[in-house]
Structure formats: C-alpha cells, structure tokens
Design a protein. Structure first.
Length: 623
C-alpha cells in the first residue's frame, strides 16, 4: 500500500462528494469543537483578568457569563437567518462582499482568516494547559506537545471532512458526557448548600495589589476576555455545503445543538465557580491550574472521575482546532475564486478537501505557537477581535440583504440581524479598547496588511488577464524556431535531443562549451563531419556546430549568454533551447549526476528572456 494511501486514505473521485457530507451527529465534531472548547478558556480568561480583585471578583462571574450567553443567543438567531439566506455557504466574507462591497468583504475575510489562525493556537495550547494542570512535570514540554498535536490534526484534516468528523465523534461526545456529569454532580451538591465544601480545595491566590472594589474598567476587560467563548459559532454558516441535504436544515440543527450545549456549559461553569469560590491562577507559572481542573477536583476530588474528565477536556481542546482546519480552507477557496488569493487555494486535493489551505494553516499556526511559547493567555488578546469583526460584518451584510430581497417576514429577519450587528459591533469596540495594549494592536495592524496582500494578488491576476487576453483565436503559423542544443558529448540522450530539434526546424545549432583542457577546433570539426554525414543520409538540413570558449571552466553561464545573444540576433523568431535530460531510475541516482538542464532553465527564467522556449527532452536510464 502506498504511504500516502495509508496516511491520508485513498483518493476520492469528484462524484463521491455527496458521500462525504456530514449529518448532525458528525457535524457537531466537524464544526462545533471550537465553540464547545471555548467553554474551557472563555470563563477562565474572564476570571484571570479578575485576579487583582481577589475573592471580590468571583461575585461578578455570573453576571458577566449571563451577558455573554445573551450575546450567544443573539448571534445564534442571526446565523440561522444567514444559513437560510445562503444555503450554499454564507460565511462572513461571502455575505459582506455581496451586500456591503468588496472592501468590507475583504475586511471580513481577513478578520476571519486571523480568527481561524489564532483558533488553532488557542485550542491546542489550552488543551495542553489542561494536561499540564493534571501532570505538572510536563510543563517544560508545553511547546513540544503543542506542535505534536498540530501535526496529528493536520494529517487527520487531510483525510477529508467526513472521516475526520467520524474520528472526532467519540472524543467529542465523551467530553460532552463528562461535562454534563461534572456540572450535574456539582449542581446536585449545591442543593441545600449554596457554598458546598470542595473535595479538593482550589489553590489560594495571593495578590500584592488586591483592590477593595471592582472597577468598571476591570469588569469591561473581564467581559472582553470572556467573549472568546463565542468564537467558532460562525463555522457552521461557513460550511453549509458540507452538510447532507437538505443542507440548510441539517446545518441549522447542528448549530442549535452546538449553541445549546455551549450555553449550558457557560452557565454551569459560572454557577459552580462562584459556588465553590474558585479563582483563576496565573497562566505560565508553576502554580497554574486550569479552571476546569480546579472545578473537577472541587466537585469529585482527584480520583478516576477527575482524570477521566481532564482527559476528555484535553482531547476536545486539542481537537477544537479542527473547526479552523475545516473553515479556513473553505474561506480561502471563496476568496481565491474571487481572485484575491492564489488560485491553488481553490483546488480540492485527493480527499476532496482544499489541502493547500490546510497546509498553510498548519505552518502559520506552528509559527504562532513557537512565537508565543504555547501559552494560551498570550494568544487570547489577539483572538476575539477577528471573530467579532466577522460577526458584525456578516450581520450588517444580512441587514442589507433583507432590505434588498424582502420576501416573507423580512422585517423580523432584518430586526434579528440588526440587533446582532449592533451587539457584536459594540463587543468589537469593547474588546479592542480593553485588549489593545495587551496585544490587540497586532490584530489591528495584521488585518490591513492581509487586505493589502489580497488586493496585490488581485491586481496581479488582473494584469495577467489583460496581458494574455485575445479577442479572436489566430492560427497563422509562426516562423520556425532557431533550435540550440547544448552538448558535452554524443550519447543516446544528446542524440534524442538532436532528433527532436531536427523535427522542429531546419535551423539547428549544436552548442559546445570549450574548456581550456579541450581542443575545441578538433572537437567541433569532428562533430561537424558526423552531423553532415548523418544529415545527408536522411536528406536533412545540416546542423551547425558552435564552440563557445570558457576560460574559467563555467558551463551553464556561457550557454545562457549565447542563448540571450542569439535572441537579440533573431528578435522575430523563437529560440528553442533543447536540453538533453538524463532521467535516473531511482531517486538516489540523482546524487550521482549533474542537473545542468535544471540550472540552465532556472538561470534563463531569472534573466527574464521572453522569446526563448525551453524544451527538456528526457532520456530514461533502463531499469
């Protein structure tokens, strides 16, 4: 079995696309892992920012969470409308481009690309953070563990949407079961005891600068951190085409399941965190423990259930990046089809996924993880800006869509999307202000840079189209080319190249580079006699032999210079450079031969010659 078939699976034909679509059961693992996983780092991000308030900050966890849940409900109803309006896939880029114009569409696309990119780093590093909480001796290996998980996720994503959904199904529902069991167990313990005694007391957090009262600014910053719990909700609307028919109905059902679970998790975590008096610990320090680790220990102690729950959290958070691996390539495909990204992003690979987008996402995410050392808290300030900017532009685009299309019950739909746009727009402003000095300024710079790069790509494609376009196909025959064959000695490979050149034109030059230790005139004269005799035998025009001196023993440079000079002598005729190319049987044989043909081709292309056709004539060594 070929290695690629074993690693990625056998290639899928285009007509098998319908078989690769997902239903609700596999749609939740495929498109909902990011949203479900954000329940782990969203509340923790809010609590981390409340550390300076010491115990006083815990009282504000529930109000902040309720506001975030209300915002989640608004976004949910808004995206249901988007799915119905764009059953082919209504991502933020598509909706904004069609309804708000190209520039705002690119803004939405750039914001969403950045969101997906950071989603991978946040998800994986949070999962490893959960593992480090349970096994502290692994903390020095945080970055290495992150990169190993990234490689595994990349391979799984390249196997196709349906297969990776099936791979993630068991861990996803295992996580859901553990979370429901943990929150249910904790809730039962609070019946009759508003503040139950933890089985394992959470670590006490000491701060040298505790404040007596919680300021409004601190609460705003905590809300901004907690809003990361909403990232990933838009993924279903981006990938409606990946669902089984009727795609819009299946997508809406999947989105409903994801949002209900996320809402329950957010409420339960906030309620039990306050009940058990759990405070966040400083990320990146030896005393760090994740919020879910402390909550599970407080409810059930550090027994079998604790480690089973932490294992489920680790698995889901690590895999939550799958949402980005599913959504990022589809977003890049949409942008590439409009000519704002390289066109290879729109090509589906062997498993009917946009593999170039997956690989680019993996490489960029790996670089981000390395740059930030795999510590989640350093990434979260950059995370929410892109997501909520995309939310806002998508909902604003839907407002314009309903104004234009109208139809049945359009005022209600417009109102829903308008409320969504206003709510998420305010959130963008709050998060931007609150997180600007903590790293959000990088996002503010990165998004315009991405837009400029996309516009540069579009301008390039526009220039190419203008330069290559024709009004009418013209088949008037061109003058025959002037053929040049570089030859160091006669053999079967150079003979094959000569035969091909003589079939193209009667004007053939055999070029020999004369080095100091050769007798150039005798070599040229001998070759000329052989060529004349062979040409006379078959009634062909006589090729001519030209020797070019090379006092410094260079080979490729004299050949390139001769071809460039010949181009100047024949400005209205093509120069056909015919290169004999010896092809080795095995890959390791390439180490034993020079690759002069490749070097000559590269040097000519770098010189920008426009009237030279480079033709490789391969001759394969026998087995």
């Amino acid at each position: 079995m070929p290695v690629l078939d074993w690693l990625l699976g056998k290639p899928l034909a285009s007509e098998e696309d319908s078989e690769q679509r997902v239903g609700v059961l596999t749609g939740v693992p495929s498109f909902g892992l990011d949203a479900l996983g954000s329940a782990a780092y969203g509340p923790e991000a809010a609590l981390t920012l409340l550390i300076p308030a010491a115990a006083a900050g815990i009282a504000y966890v529930m109000p902040i969470s309720l506001i975030i849940i209300a915002l989640l409900a608004i976004v949910f109803f808004s995206y249901r409308q988007t799915i119905d309006a764009y059953p082919q896939g209504g991502g933020s880029y598509t909706v904004a481009s069609e309804n708000l114009g190209q520039n705002l569409g690119l803004l939405a696309g750039a914001a969403l690309m950045l969101d997906y990119l950071l989603d991978v780093g946040v998800g994986i590093s949070t999962g490893v953070g959960a593992l480090v909480s349970a096994v502290p001796r692994l903390q020095p290996h945080t970055l290495g563990l992150c990169l190993v998980i990234l490689v595994l996720l990349t391979v799984i994503s390249l196997r196709g949407v349906r297969e990776n959904g099936m791979i993630y199904t068991v861990p996803t529902y295992y996580f859901i079961a553990c979370m429901v069991a943990m929150l249910g167990w904790g809730f039962l313990k609070t019946l009759g005891h508003a503040h139950p005694v933890p089985v394992v007391a959470p670590p006490s957090v000491h701060t040298q600068h505790a404040i007596a009262a919680v300021s409004t600014w601190l609460l705003i910053r905590a809300f901004a951190g907690g809003c990361t719990a909403l990232t990933g909700v838009e993924a279903v609307s981006n990938g409606v085409s990946a669902f089984r028919d009727p795609a819009n109905v299946t997508a809406k059902r999947t989105l409903t399941v994801i949002v209900i679970l996320l809402g329950v998790f957010l409420y339960g975590i906030a309620y039990l965190t306050r009940a058990y008096g759990i405070m966040a610990t400083e990320p990146g320090t030896p005393q760090y423990q994740s919020l879910l680790s402390m909550l599970a220990a407080a409810i059930a102690g550090k027994g079998i259930f604790y480690y089973a729950t932490i294992a489920s959290v680790l698995a889901l958070l690590s895999m939550s990046a799958n949402t980005a691996f599913t959504g990022f390539p589809r977003l890049c495909r949409a942008i590439a089809e409009d000519g704002f990204l390289p066109r290879f992003f729109a090509i589906r690979g062997r498993r009917l996924v946009y593999h170039e987008g997956i690989l680019v996402l993996a490489v960029l995410s790996g670089l981000i993880l390395i740059a930030f050392g795999g510590v989640t808290d350093r990434l979260i300030p950059l995370f929410a800006i892109g997501a909520f900017s995309a939310f806002t532009l998508s909902q604003a685009g839907m407002v314009m869509h309903w104004r234009r299309e109208r139809g049945r019950r359009w005022p209600l739909y417009l109102a829903i999307n308008l409320v969504g746009a206003i709510a998420t727009g305010i959130t963008v402003f709050v998060v931007l202000i609150a997180k600007f000095t903590e790293g959000a300024w990088i996002t503010v710079l990165a998004i315009p840079v991405l837009i400029l790069l996309m516009k540069a790509v579009h301008r390039h494609y526009a220039r190419v189209a203008a330069a290559t376009s024709i009004k009418q196909l013209d088949l008037v025959p061109a003058d025959p080319p002037v053929a040049v064959i570089p030859v160091s000695g006669w053999n079967k490979a150079s003979q094959a190249a000569l035969q091909f050149a003589c079939s193209l034109t009667a004007d053939v030059t055999v070029l020999h580079v004369e080095c100091p230790d050769e007798v150039g005139e005798q070599t040229a004269g001998g070759w000329q006699r052989q060529l004349d005799a062979a040409a006379d035998k078959h009634g062909k025009a006589h090729p001519r032999v030209v020797s070019v001196p090379s006092p410094f023993r260079f080979i490729t440079t004299p050949i390139v210079n001769y071809v460039v000079r010949l181009q100047g002598e024949f400005p209205h005729r093509k120069i056909a450079l015919v290169l004999p190319d010896l092809i080795a049987t095995h890959w390791y044989h390439y180490l034993l031969h020079n690759h002069r043909a490749t070097a000559i081709r590269g040097m000519l292309l770098l010189r920008g010659v426009s009237n030279v056709a480079i033709i490789n004539v391969p001759w394969y060594l026998p087995q």
